[in-house]
Design a protein around this ligand. Structure first.
Ligand code: GDD
Ligand code: MN
Length: 422
């Protein structure tokens, strides 16, 4: 087989095709199957709510800009069961805590239980803040994690509560992002394409077993399953760490496509990229740390899912890089041969032509449907390749500079809404 291909096509072309297929096939195959499953079945919570108290944890660091907005939003929950809010502050240096105090004084009846505020003496990152919160929450509780910069619907706690009713084998539930963005810019259209690709996989994985990838902006889990275990603070994927921890205990970790949170995508290109790189790095670490599961002989669906995701996040980006370098070299070589009248197999001409054509499709991405998918795919891969670089430049990714352009957009839109209400 190899000899045959070799005789037909230049080795550069063979490398381009081989590495390209090994990089893309596992992802497309997985997505395709998960998408089919997600359309064929649906996960729904039971009607019975849990009796366990719910503790909503809101970790904050320097959120003075949007914290009022977020408290307004949380106060709208219609849940009648027992729940309380716990704010975890890690030595914020802004006016955030004073603003919270004022807000609570102005709205004394906003929550049926008085919110608690726990303070960490220093900033150690969000994952550390989640660990700190766990120290203060009773074992029988359901813990909900949510971020300052997202908005959730008044029904969210009701829906979460239904996932944990008696007899349920669900240990953790993740919300689904609903990005709000300006549909006029290409970066955001790509985000939307990527989103469909991403959510289809999460839902399918949840149906066949569990998804290893969670969203820290809105998730819920059973506190007792974590027990005295804590998250690894040196990495930032607190959300997905929880998903895998819960699944390891034998309960399911699922994505709920109807438990939606609204978030703004950073409009600043640099900020958005930095955020994506950080999150991808957290996932890479996580898949590596849990390699015992994907290498295990015990063949269950979850090992298979983890193995696939490990391939997609750790190995594919390297293969894509190799494939792209080979592609450019092969196009160059073919052009050189044509110019100098050197004969070559037809396969080389076809490959170079198709590759050049794909480059055009990629560059025109915005105007053709497939181009957009191609752009979104390559953006994802370039983010993952950047992670390897990021590891060299930045030793610690557990503490980050929060993106501001999404917070500004959130603030701006809420002002507009208020204005139109008057
Ligand atoms: N207490 C505390 N201490 N809170 C923090 C710290 C910290 O050191 N760092 C960040 N936070 C809070 C923020 O105030 C916000 O409420 C939440 O954690 C998420 O921070 P963002 O800055 O908005 O994170 P993101 O949206 O870019 O990050 C996404 O990926 C993370 C994993 O990399 C979200 O999905 C996060 O939930 C997730 O943890
Ligand atoms: Mn955020």
């Amino acid at each position: 087989m190899f000899v045959l291909v070799h005789a037909m096509i230049d080795p550069l072309g063979a490398i381009q095709i081989g590495a390209g297929l090994l990089a893309t096939f596992p992802l497309i195959d997985h997505w395709w199957r998960m998408r089919r499953i997600s359309r064929w079945r649906k996960l729904e919570p039971g009607n019975e709510k849990t009796d366990s108290p719910i503790v909503v944890v809101l970790p904050i660091w320097n959120e003075e800009k949007i914290i009022r907005l977020r408290l307004d939003n949380l106060a709208q929950q219609q849940y009648t069961g027992h729940w309380s809010l716990m704010i975890v502050d890690s030595a914020s240096t802004d006016q955030g805590l004073q603003i919270i105090d004022t807000w609570l004084n102005e709205n004394p009846n906003a929550f049926s239980n008085a919110p608690s505020i726990v303070r960490m003496p220093q900033r150690l990152g969000k994952t550390a803040a989640v660990n700190f919160a766990l120290d203060h929450i009773d074992l029988e509780s359901i813990v909900v994690l949510t971020d300052a910069d997202v908005l959730i619907s008044p029904d969210s706690l009701n829906r979460i509560s239904r996932w944990f009713g008696s007899g349920s084998d669900i240990g953790a539930v993740s919300g689904t992002p609903y990005p709000i963005s300006d549909p006029l810019t290409s970066a955001e259209r790509n985000e939307e394409t990527y989103r469909r690709f991403y959510i289809d996989q999460r839902i399918g994985e949840s149906i066949i077993d569990s998804t290893p990838i969670f969203e820290g902006s809105l998730l819920a889990f059973r506190r007792d399953v974590i027990g005295n275990n804590r998250l690894d603070m040196t990495t930032n994927a607190d959300d997905s760490q929880i998903a895998i921890m819960i699944r390891r205990s034998g309960l399911k970790s699922i994505f709920d496509s109807e438990l939606i949170f609204h978030e703004y995508i950073p409009t600043d290109f640099v900020e958005n990229n930095r955020r994506s790189i950080r999150r991808a790095r957290g996932l890479q670490n996580l898949f590596w740390m849990n390699r015992d599961l994907w290498l295990s002989q015990k063949e269950d669906q979850f090992s298979r899912i983890l193995r696939r995701q490990a391939w997609i996040h750790l190995i594919s980006p390297v293969l894509v890089m190799i494939s792209l370098v080979a592609m450019f070299a092969h196009i160059g070589l073919t052009m050189f041969r044509i110019q100098n009248g050197i004969s070559m197999p037809l396969a080389d001409i076809v490959l170079a032509f198709v590759s050049s054509f794909s480059i055009v499709v990629f560059l025109m991405g915005d105007w053709i449907p497939f181009g957009r998918t191609l752009q979104a795919y390559l953006r994802g891969q370039s983010i993952l390749m950047h992670v390897y670089l990021d590891r060299i430049i930045r030793r610690n990714a557990a503490i980050w500079e929060p993106t501001q352009s999404n917070r500004d957009a959130l603030l701006e839109s809420s002002k507009k809404k208020k204005g139109s209400d008057l």
